[in-house]
Design a protein around this ligand. Structure first.
Ligand code: IMP
Ligand code: MG
Length: 174
Protein backbone atom coordinates (compact mmCIF):
# COMPACT_ATOMS: atom_id res chain seq x y z
CA UNK A 1 0.00 0.00 0.00
CA UNK A 2 1.47 3.34 -1.04
CA UNK A 3 -0.70 5.53 1.17
CA UNK A 4 -1.30 6.15 4.87
CA UNK A 5 -4.52 7.27 6.52
CA UNK A 6 -4.51 9.92 9.25
CA UNK A 7 -7.65 10.40 11.38
CA UNK A 8 -9.34 13.76 10.72
CA UNK A 9 -12.69 13.12 12.43
CA UNK A 10 -13.17 10.22 14.83
CA UNK A 11 -16.11 7.83 14.73
CA UNK A 12 -17.52 9.53 17.88
CA UNK A 13 -17.25 13.02 16.38
CA UNK A 14 -18.99 11.95 13.19
CA UNK A 15 -21.76 10.10 15.06
CA UNK A 16 -22.38 13.10 17.32
CA UNK A 17 -22.62 15.50 14.38
CA UNK A 18 -24.99 13.21 12.49
CA UNK A 19 -27.19 13.03 15.60
CA UNK A 20 -27.34 16.86 15.65
CA UNK A 21 -28.18 17.01 11.94
CA UNK A 22 -30.93 14.42 12.47
CA UNK A 23 -32.46 16.52 15.25
CA UNK A 24 -32.28 19.68 13.16
CA UNK A 25 -33.85 18.05 10.11
CA UNK A 26 -36.58 16.38 12.21
CA UNK A 27 -37.47 19.80 13.63
CA UNK A 28 -37.43 21.52 10.22
CA UNK A 29 -39.68 18.87 8.65
CA UNK A 30 -42.13 18.45 11.54
CA UNK A 31 -45.53 17.30 10.22
CA UNK A 32 -44.01 16.36 6.83
CA UNK A 33 -42.48 13.31 5.23
CA UNK A 34 -38.96 13.31 3.83
CA UNK A 35 -37.94 11.62 0.60
CA UNK A 36 -34.19 11.11 0.84
CA UNK A 37 -32.19 10.75 -2.35
CA UNK A 38 -28.82 9.19 -1.77
CA UNK A 39 -25.98 9.69 -4.18
CA UNK A 40 -24.21 6.35 -4.57
CA UNK A 41 -21.89 5.04 -3.48
CA UNK A 42 -20.28 7.51 -1.09
CA UNK A 43 -23.50 8.83 0.41
CA UNK A 44 -24.82 5.47 1.62
CA UNK A 45 -23.06 5.24 4.99
CA UNK A 46 -24.04 8.79 5.89
CA UNK A 47 -27.62 8.42 4.69
CA UNK A 48 -28.24 5.28 6.76
CA UNK A 49 -26.91 6.88 9.94
CA UNK A 50 -28.78 10.13 9.29
CA UNK A 51 -32.08 8.40 8.45
CA UNK A 52 -31.91 6.50 11.76
CA UNK A 53 -31.74 9.81 13.61
CA UNK A 54 -34.76 11.38 11.87
CA UNK A 55 -38.08 11.13 13.67
CA UNK A 56 -40.49 12.09 10.85
CA UNK A 57 -41.42 9.46 8.21
CA UNK A 58 -38.63 8.86 5.68
CA UNK A 59 -38.58 7.13 2.29
CA UNK A 60 -35.37 6.43 0.40
CA UNK A 61 -34.21 6.31 -3.19
CA UNK A 62 -30.80 5.99 -4.81
CA UNK A 63 -29.03 7.52 -7.73
CA UNK A 64 -25.57 7.19 -9.15
CA UNK A 65 -23.86 10.05 -10.93
CA UNK A 66 -20.27 9.76 -11.94
CA UNK A 67 -17.82 12.62 -12.22
CA UNK A 68 -14.68 10.92 -10.98
CA UNK A 69 -12.43 8.21 -12.27
CA UNK A 70 -10.16 6.38 -9.90
CA UNK A 71 -7.89 9.40 -9.33
CA UNK A 72 -8.41 12.38 -7.04
CA UNK A 73 -9.35 15.14 -9.51
CA UNK A 74 -12.81 15.87 -10.92
CA UNK A 75 -12.96 15.12 -14.64
CA UNK A 76 -15.82 17.59 -15.13
CA UNK A 77 -17.64 14.87 -17.05
CA UNK A 78 -20.91 13.87 -15.41
CA UNK A 79 -23.24 11.06 -16.36
CA UNK A 80 -26.21 9.31 -14.75
CA UNK A 81 -25.12 5.77 -14.06
CA UNK A 82 -28.31 4.81 -12.21
CA UNK A 83 -31.49 6.88 -12.11
CA UNK A 84 -34.07 7.01 -9.28
CA UNK A 85 -36.81 4.38 -9.07
CA UNK A 86 -39.55 6.80 -7.93
CA UNK A 87 -40.83 10.13 -9.29
CA UNK A 88 -40.11 13.22 -7.14
CA UNK A 89 -43.25 15.21 -7.95
CA UNK A 90 -44.93 16.65 -4.85
CA UNK A 91 -42.29 15.26 -2.47
CA UNK A 92 -40.11 17.01 0.09
CA UNK A 93 -36.75 15.84 -1.15
CA UNK A 94 -33.38 15.94 0.59
CA UNK A 95 -30.38 14.95 -1.50
CA UNK A 96 -27.78 13.28 0.68
CA UNK A 97 -24.15 13.49 -0.42
CA UNK A 98 -20.85 12.45 1.07
CA UNK A 99 -18.82 15.49 0.03
CA UNK A 100 -19.09 18.67 -2.03
CA UNK A 101 -15.78 19.39 -3.68
CA UNK A 102 -15.79 21.37 -6.96
CA UNK A 103 -19.60 21.40 -6.80
CA UNK A 104 -19.90 20.22 -10.41
CA UNK A 105 -21.71 16.97 -9.61
CA UNK A 106 -24.28 18.50 -7.29
CA UNK A 107 -25.08 21.62 -9.27
CA UNK A 108 -25.81 19.41 -12.25
CA UNK A 109 -27.80 16.92 -10.19
CA UNK A 110 -29.89 19.54 -8.36
CA UNK A 111 -30.84 21.19 -11.63
CA UNK A 112 -31.92 17.86 -13.05
CA UNK A 113 -33.89 16.83 -9.94
CA UNK A 114 -35.53 20.27 -9.69
CA UNK A 115 -37.06 19.71 -13.13
CA UNK A 116 -38.96 16.72 -11.69
CA UNK A 117 -41.15 19.10 -9.66
CA UNK A 118 -40.53 18.13 -6.02
CA UNK A 119 -42.45 20.38 -3.56
CA UNK A 120 -39.09 21.17 -1.99
CA UNK A 121 -35.50 20.24 -2.67
CA UNK A 122 -32.68 20.55 -0.17
CA UNK A 123 -29.11 19.36 0.00
CA UNK A 124 -27.43 17.70 2.96
CA UNK A 125 -23.74 16.84 2.82
CA UNK A 126 -21.54 15.17 5.39
CA UNK A 127 -18.45 17.06 4.24
CA UNK A 128 -17.79 20.33 2.45
CA UNK A 129 -14.47 21.45 0.98
CA UNK A 130 -15.29 25.15 0.39
CA UNK A 131 -11.77 25.99 -0.83
CA UNK A 132 -12.25 23.70 -3.82
CA UNK A 133 -15.50 25.15 -5.13
CA UNK A 134 -15.64 25.83 -8.88
CA UNK A 135 -19.45 25.91 -9.30
CA UNK A 136 -21.73 27.52 -6.69
CA UNK A 137 -23.99 25.12 -4.77
CA UNK A 138 -26.52 26.00 -2.05
CA UNK A 139 -25.97 23.59 0.83
CA UNK A 140 -28.79 23.42 3.40
CA UNK A 141 -27.16 21.05 5.90
CA UNK A 142 -23.43 20.47 6.33
CA UNK A 143 -21.79 17.99 8.69
CA UNK A 144 -18.28 19.43 8.62
CA UNK A 145 -16.40 22.00 6.56
CA UNK A 146 -12.95 20.52 6.00
CA UNK A 147 -9.63 21.66 4.51
CA UNK A 148 -8.53 20.83 0.99
CA UNK A 149 -7.22 17.32 1.60
CA UNK A 150 -8.11 14.02 0.00
CA UNK A 151 -10.51 12.27 2.38
CA UNK A 152 -11.55 8.65 2.81
CA UNK A 153 -13.82 6.67 5.12
CA UNK A 154 -17.49 6.82 6.05
CA UNK A 155 -18.40 6.02 2.45
CA UNK A 156 -15.62 7.95 0.72
CA UNK A 157 -13.10 6.02 -1.31
CA UNK A 158 -9.70 6.22 -2.84
CA UNK A 159 -9.79 3.95 -5.93
CA UNK A 160 -12.79 2.14 -4.33
CA UNK A 161 -10.92 1.38 -1.10
CA UNK A 162 -11.49 2.62 2.48
CA UNK A 163 -15.24 3.27 2.20
CA UNK A 164 -15.77 1.01 5.22
CA UNK A 165 -13.58 2.97 7.63
CA UNK A 166 -15.85 4.05 10.54
CA UNK A 167 -14.03 7.40 10.81
CA UNK A 168 -12.95 10.11 8.36
CA UNK A 169 -9.30 10.11 7.39
CA UNK A 170 -6.86 12.07 5.27
CA UNK A 171 -4.93 10.12 2.65
CA UNK A 172 -1.22 10.77 2.92
CA UNK A 173 0.45 9.82 -0.34
CA UNK A 174 4.06 8.72 -0.02
P1 IMP B 1 -17.47 17.46 -7.15
O1 IMP B 1 -18.30 17.32 -8.36
O2 IMP B 1 -16.08 17.91 -7.47
O3 IMP B 1 -18.10 18.29 -6.05
O4 IMP B 1 -17.22 16.00 -6.62
C1 IMP B 1 -18.04 15.37 -5.77
C2 IMP B 1 -17.69 13.91 -5.72
O5 IMP B 1 -16.28 13.67 -5.86
C3 IMP B 1 -18.04 13.36 -4.35
O6 IMP B 1 -19.36 12.91 -4.29
C4 IMP B 1 -17.03 12.25 -4.18
O7 IMP B 1 -17.52 11.07 -4.74
C5 IMP B 1 -15.82 12.71 -4.96
N1 IMP B 1 -14.81 13.34 -4.06
C6 IMP B 1 -14.53 14.65 -3.94
N2 IMP B 1 -13.59 14.87 -3.01
C7 IMP B 1 -13.26 13.66 -2.52
C8 IMP B 1 -12.35 13.23 -1.49
O8 IMP B 1 -11.64 14.00 -0.82
N3 IMP B 1 -12.32 11.89 -1.26
C9 IMP B 1 -13.09 11.00 -1.93
N4 IMP B 1 -13.95 11.35 -2.89
C10 IMP B 1 -14.05 12.68 -3.18
MG1 MG C 1 -20.18 11.05 -4.20
Amino acid sequence: MAEKIKVLLSEEEVDERIRELGEQISKDYEGKEIHMVCVLKGGTFFMCELAKRITVPVSLDFMSVSSYGSGTESSGIIKIVKDLDEPLEGKDVIVVEDIIDSGRTLSHLLKLLGERKPSSLRLCTLLDKPDRRVVDVDIDYTGFAIPDEFIVGYGLDYAQKYRNLPYIGIVEFE
